[in-house]
Design a protein around this ligand. Structure first.
Ligand code: PLP
Length: 406
């Protein structure tokens, strides 16, 4: 049978049921064949089953099914336990328009609100395991905001203090959150990496001068990349049942794209992996022709780098494409208006990249990307009409215009 596999959970209270019964309860799953079923976990109220099903007509039937009692009925332990296992959302309208499935990993639904929760948990777990972070110690990091937000929450969960150095070109919302979470926040001028006052170098110095400090160093600490190789990538593989043609993402530290690309390529080497890069970042040229050169600039937060980090190095990325701020921001507005999905600029950029890559693949192909954080972090910027006008961005654009096919 032609189609694609997907995996979901069903919880049954009381007695164990047989496979046919489980399948019959999966209400609304029209045109599906159950491929396999397994007991996933036992809870106090019953058993959770993991089902893999195959569905025909991927694009036309997309998202129509109501899954009844499908749930992720596991109890998780604390903030760290709630990180990951995010939904993979089929962007229905976009997929219908393109005739290809675009699936987006909803990382903005992590408990700290961004993809960086995974990196933060991974980095702290690793530091505890190797003794770099001692009980009641201090976590220090230079951050565009989301990593700090995630580390601050892991710190409160585990009894650490936190100090964050944030460049002053990041949104007020993110800086405010760090302060609300009780961290010591040092806002510094946004200067190039080569300047010793760049937030990265300031954080390193603070860590060196602070007793019991641990410098998370998300750019060079490969526990970041491993967190995605061991969680995000395998989740995408399972959620698509291996039916994935391409993975597309941008890079801030490179942890997400490198980790996910490695996990997917290890499972199936012909999955296309594509970096989508904002203007002003050197990675586009680096991936395509080995040169660390840049053109233009970008206001998007959390993504784009001019150097090769340990997390990005040797990532199995096939090619790179460019996406402009105008396209990314217009797509974030389009997603809100047409899909009911409220995300920030890097997510908009990723979806533009995924749509472009999908357009070059055969009809019915599946492309996966990342929704990095929620739009609430940018209400004073890209979701503010005055800011949009001042920066010459247009929010209402038809899809072909956003994708540069207008
Ligand atoms: C909003 C946002 N999007 C994307 C990214 C990129 O993630 P990574 O650092 O894993 O490349 C970040 C990283 O900080 C971010 O803050």
């Amino acid at each position: 049978m032609e189609g694609f596999d997907f995996t979901f959970m069903l919880e049954f209270s009381r007695e164990k049921r047989n496979v046919e019964h489980i399948a019959s309860v999966a209400k609304g799953l029209t045109a599906v064949t159950i491929v396999s079923t397994a007991t996933y976990a036992s809870t106090t109220s019953g058993n959770v089953y993991r089902l893999t099903a195959r569905r025909r007509s991927p694009v036309l039937k997309a998202g129509r099914a109501t899954f009844g009692r499908v749930c992720a009925a596991m109890v998780v332990i604390g903030f760290s336990g709630a990180v990951g296992n995010t939904p993979l959302i089929e962007l229905r309208e976009l997929s219908r328009e393109l005739g290809r499935r675009v699936l987006a990993k909803a990382e903005f639904l992590n408990p700290g609100g961004s993809v960086k929760d995974r990196a933060a948990r991974g980095i702290v777990d690793d530091a505890e395991a190797c003794g770099a972070l001692q009980p009641a110690g201090t976590i220090v990091e230079g951050t565009a905001g989301n990593t700090g937000i995630a580390l601050a929450l892991v710190a409160s969960e585990r009894g650490y203090k936190s100090v964050f150095v944030v460049p002053d070109d990041q949104s007020r919302e993110k800086i405010n959150l760090l302060q609300v979470y009780g961290s010591d926040v040092r806002v510094v001028p946004a200067v190039p990496f080569t300047d010793p006052e760049n937030y990265y170098h300031v954080a390193r110095r603070i860590a060196k001068e602070t007793a019991t400090a641990f410098w998370a160093n998300q750019f060079e600490n490969t526990a970041n990349r491993r967190a995605h190789e061991t969680t995000t990538g395998p989740e995408i593989w399972e959620q698509t049942g291996g039916s994935i043609d391409a993975f597309v993402a941008s890079a801030g530290t490179g942890g997400t794209i490198a980790g996910v690309a490695t996990a997917l390529k290890t499972r199936r080497s012909d999955i296309l992996t594509v970096l989508c890069d904002p203007m002003g970042s050197a990675l586009y040229n680096y991936v395509n022709n080995g040169e660390l050169t840049t053109e233009g600039e970008s206001d998007l937060e959390g993504i784009g780098i001019k150097r090769i980090t340990a997390n990005f190095e040797a990532a199995p990325i096939d090619r790179a494409i460019r996406v402009t701020d105008g396209q990314a921001i217009a797509m974030a507005h389009w997603l809100l208006e047409h899909e009911g999905i409220f995300v920030g600029g890097s997510s908009g950029l990723n979806v533009v990249g995924a749509a472009k890559v999908a357009g070059d693949l055969p009809t019915g192909s599946t492309v996966v990307t990342i929704l990095c954080d929620g739009g609430g972090r940018y209400v004073s910027r890209m979701f503010d009409d005055a800011w949009m006008r001042e920066n010459n961005f247009a929010k209402q654009q038809a899809l072909p215009a956003i994708l540069g096919r207008g």
